[in-house]
Ligand binder design. Sequence first.
Ligand SMILES: [Zn+2]
Length: 400
Amino acid sequence: MLAQSLIALLLPVAAASGWYAARKHYTRKYLTDFAHPLTRAYRTGINYLLDEKTDKAITAVAKILEQESEPLETHIALGNLFRRRGEVEKAIELHKKLTLDPGLSQSQKDKANYELGMDYMRAGLFDRAESIFVSLSDTKTHGRWASQHLLQIYQQQRDWHKAIESVQTLRPYAKPRNGETAAYFYCELAEEAMSLHRLKDARDYLSNALADDPLCVRASIAKGKLELGNGEEKQALITLKSVEYQNPVYLPVVLPLIRQCWDRQGNEREFIAYLDHLYEAFGVVSAAVERADRMRQILGINAALDYLLPILESRPDPIGISRALAFLSEDSQYASNKIRRLCALLQELASDQHQFQCKHCGFGAKELHWRCPSCQYWGSIRPTGYLAVTPISEAEETTA
Ligand SMILES: [Zn+2]
């Protein structure tokens, strides 16, 4: 127990940057006063640790620990200390020794095994970590955490089938840490199947995704694309329009696909009514720009700009403005090299803008990722700027 308390005392010191500064204080206060016969051995071991002579430290401390009646916690703490300091090989050596110790009970061995699994994770030896965490996943003491780590490992290995299993196992106990859902993993499988032209499999995976999470926008977008590619415009339109009820934030992202459905069906009036709805209900500026473009083709440039200018004035954005200028440059009456040059300048400005941002870590992106490349969170990247959704009533409230 003596060793345990010493290591426990030293752990926070190890974590702090003032390792050496604290050394004198701790060693004097807690070591020199002991009259225990092992005091000198402790001091030697701890001093080796503090001096980062870890080879000697491990030998010295291990020698002491052999004489302790309950050395498990201390051994584990020491191993964890090595892992935290990046000396993973030593942590593995120490924890492995414990798992083979015939004197330990099963639950004690589980504890050591769990730490060994963590060491393997840290070392990037995921297959070894996996087999340890699988063996622990049914235990009462470590089951939940082992499953959490398995979930990380399967994502790392892109083993989506196993990831689905482990996210479903975890569901009754805890919310996944990075927004993981079986639906996202089914979408990954669907994308893999699509890239291999296994369209039937892709459809099945997407149905599974929507069964797991009926609000999964990613699944609807992928399903809509699949239907559109297969010439099923009517069904694709239903699928893509459902994003409005799943999460309207993604409406500007699906709008180009919805336009394709309508263009192929040729029902212009219905499409314009839908664009009006998107702008009036959700403030989708790209819908207003699309509507202005349709107006330009039917009613001419003046009607289009009369409609669009007040909208752009209320939500100024280089992309919107460059689109309006593009209308001008396309119109033969206004077509001029100068307008085209202005338009190109604005487009260049706009191309530096991040159209997407992670609401979890703030990472800015130029395209939509379903998993943040920075914080690895699922479903946290949202359209922003020109593609942001702002219901008109809300926008009016904030400007009032
Ligand atoms: Zn992020």
